[in-house]
Design a protein around this ligand. Structure first.
Ligand code: ATP
Length: 241
């Protein structure tokens, strides 16, 4: 496991283009330090989802260098990808729940894939679903849940295994403001346990709700870090083991 004071991810001169068009991300460089809480913000189309996809290894950059957990992610052999991905919890913008599984089984999936014995699966999954307000919807299939309910199942699934890195793409886009704050508290609790958190959002109000969080801003594919906080983040007491 990467040390708590270590580097979780680093992008250097990363560029991304889809097909022959101009680059949608250009010269992106930043470092994510273990134990910190980051927001990624920027207008619609600025490239947030594209950047996150590279971070959770679903998309290769067109140029530049990405390292993840201290390893060069660009040259990572294909057979090592699943092992890396298991260390990352992802909340997808479109949720990507498994349609034929219940809410309970969707949330249990990361634990079962990791080989956690069934007796240690049931209670944590129930507790997590209760926390996100879905105690009475555990047996429901995704198609019978509302957008906001599906989003909460997706969040529960992403955090249940206490990943080293949590990447969430607009995780509160479909819930009311009270639930958005509650979900942020869940991310903060996970962060206090040592998970590095990256949340992409349009919602500038959310940024003020997490004291000590660091803000990455994308403007038409370019990243700004005017205070240098991404390269030299302030020390956080709760980032220590
Ligand atoms: N698979 C793709 N193929 C071609 N172009 C793409 C693809 N995915 C994204 N783009 C383009 O890349 C640019 C950045 O899109 P991206 O979804 O990363 O932005 P975003 O900041 O996440 O936007 P939003 O906040 O609306 O989700 C946009 O111009 C988009 O049209």
């Amino acid at each position: 496991m990467t040390g708590m004071t270590g580097e979780i991810a680093r992008f250097d001169n990363v560029g991304l283009r889809y097909g022959p068009d101009r680059e949608v991300l250009c010269d992106v460089g930043f470092t994510l330090h273990a134990g910190h809480f980051y927001f990624l913000t920027g207008a619609s189309g600025a490239g947030k989802s594209s950047l996150l996809r590279m971070l959770y290894l679903a998309q290769r950059p067109s140029r530049g260098m990405i390292s993840l957990f201290g390893t060069d992610a660009i040259t990572l052999p294909r057979h090592r990808l699943p092992g890396f991905r298991r260390r990352i919890g992802v909340v997808y913008q479109d949720y990507r729940l498994v349609p034929h599984l219940s809410a309970f089984d969707n949330v249990a999936l990361p634990l079962r894939v990791a080989g956690v014995p069934e007796r240690d699966v049931v209670q944590p999954v129930k507790d997590m679903l209760e926390w996100v307000g879905l105690a009475d919807r555990m047996e429901a299939r995704p198609a019978t849940l509302s957008g906001g309910e599906q989003q909460r199942v997706a969040i529960a699934r992403a955090v249940i295994g206490r990943p080293e890195l949590l990447v969430a793409d607009e995780p509160t886009g479909n819930v009311d403001p009270d639930m958005a704050i509650k979900l942020l508290r869940l991310f903060e609790a996970l962060n206090r346990l040592g998970t590095t958190v990256v949340v992409a959002t349009h919602d500038l109000h959310l940024l003020q709700k997490v004291p000590g969080s660091l803000i990455m801003r994308l403007d038409r594919g370019r990243m700004s870090d005017p205070t240098g906080a991404l390269r030299y983040p302030p020390r956080r007491e709760n980032a220590q083991p």
